[in-house]
Design a binder for this molecule. Sequence first.
Ligand SMILES: [Zn+2]
Length: 233
Amino acid sequence: MLVVITFIVWFYSGKTFGLTDIEGVEAGTHIRLSENIQLDSYADKISFIAEPIKQNTTIDVLLINDENPLPRGYLPVDLINLYEQRNRHFQLAKSDISICRVVFEAMDSMFCVAQIDGVDGFIITSGYRTFEEQSELYFTRADGTAARPGTSEHETGLAFDVTAMGDANFALTPQFEWLSQNCGEYGFILRYLDGAEGITGTPYEPWHYRYVGLPYSKTIMDDGITLEEYLSR
Ligand SMILES: [Zn+2]
């Protein structure tokens, strides 16, 4: 509780952990970040050093993980509210979920084909999160599964979480089976593979899909590898 209160005081006093804003980095710019973070206390200074992404990739294959955080103030381009997209082929757990337009278009095509294949009932539970929203999750989620603020793919607007109607274990549903087999065709990857925590830093998440675009998604899913492994090839 004390931590939460302290965080709120810091945040609203504008101190925001002493994160260094990255000058001259526009939203949507190709960036790769290295960091030097003292996590013992959030009162300690956290500094990010930005360097250009080495590989010739698009923003969609931006690598975000514990070692590659986003710069403070990173704002994705072209975010749209999913509830306002009237003819979509999936459902929403709430009305305030946003995502990048390119991601929406890809996911809607994907879920449209799933419907044609007879697999329906996908429910999107999460999309874009602000740094502040991720911070709140990080400090309040009791099971410790929330990523550190600045290191969640949800802060890029390129990832969504999904579930299926009436089923607590998404990994056992026909929806998961269809999605994990077909998402690569539509620009998406199952980001946190079973047994790959040592590489991604994140336990298996059958519900979390990340847009990386074609042809990267197809290669990654066909080869059954993580984004980290693909980018280090
Ligand atoms: Zn997620």
